[in-house]
Design a protein around this ligand. Sequence first.
Ligand SMILES: NC(=O)c1ccc[n+]([C@@H]2O[C@H](COP(=O)([O-])OP(=O)(O)OC[C@H]3O[C@@H](n4cnc5c(N)ncnc54)[C@H](OP(=O)(O)O)[C@@H]3O)[C@@H](O)[C@H]2O)c1
Length: 243
Amino acid sequence: MSSKLRVLLLGATGNLGLRLIPALLSHNHSIVAYVRNTPKLESLLRPDLLSPLTIVQGDATDTAGMHRAIIENDCDALVCAAGTVVLNPWGISTLPRISEAAADAAILAARDRGGKALRCWFLAGMSLLDYPASTYFLADFVPFGREHIQTMKMLQSKPVDLIKWSILCPSAMRAAAPTPDLKILERPRKHGLLTKADIAPEWRDHLLSVTDLEACADFVAADFESGSMQWNLRRVGVKEKVV
Ligand SMILES: NC(=O)c1ccc[n+]([C@@H]2O[C@H](COP(=O)([O-])OP(=O)(O)OC[C@H]3O[C@@H](n4cnc5c(N)ncnc54)[C@H](OP(=O)(O)O)[C@@H]3O)[C@@H](O)[C@H]2O)c1
């Protein structure tokens, strides 16, 4: 059965968030873009991509604002693509605050609705995946991405009946084309990614596997459409197929 969801999208002005807009629409979902800078979003999108959106202005660390946006717009799904990792050791990342505020907003909304949980995708990175056949995260070996561990532990501490979460863990994501080709898609792109729960798929002799932003966006949109719970409570590793 195919599900058409109303998705609260955090980070809609970012690299991935912008690609999620055509991807979600191509899978027949509708979008509530929750952004802190509405004119920025309006400047980044062509009118045909902008017009189907409902835009709510707010900060992604504001639980009450996102809770209100979910309830007032009747959202049944959420993508948290807001925030980024810090790469310098003295930097302070807002990612854990953003992830927890988004999770709490979803849980409050589920409680309001008598327990109907939202389907939620959170973004992390490959460093959150397991080093194969060990009890270590890849983040235990690389000097960045440890904030994703906080996101995972935070989500694992939440009631499983009130939030259906998954965490997408790509390595670097690149644009499929040098200039973003953001347009209404006649049909979904079909991401074609290899996927695996909790570890990188097809682990071979190299660590990094770059994926297209567009492919990751399609993966999330297709998963929402499938209605599958295959990735519920899991970290998901993704990799381009080598042809
Ligand atoms: N890019 C990659 O190669 C890569 C690889 C692996 C994982 N990831 C993860 O994927 C996610 C998205 O990455 P990205 O490259 O799309 O990031 P990005 O281009 O830096 O976009 C970040 C987005 O977050 C928004 N944001 C930041 N703080 C916010 C706040 N307090 N309230 C509301 N919005 C806020 C930004 O809004 P403004 O436009 O207003 O600043 C922007 O839309 C991140 O979690 C990142 O760690 C990225």
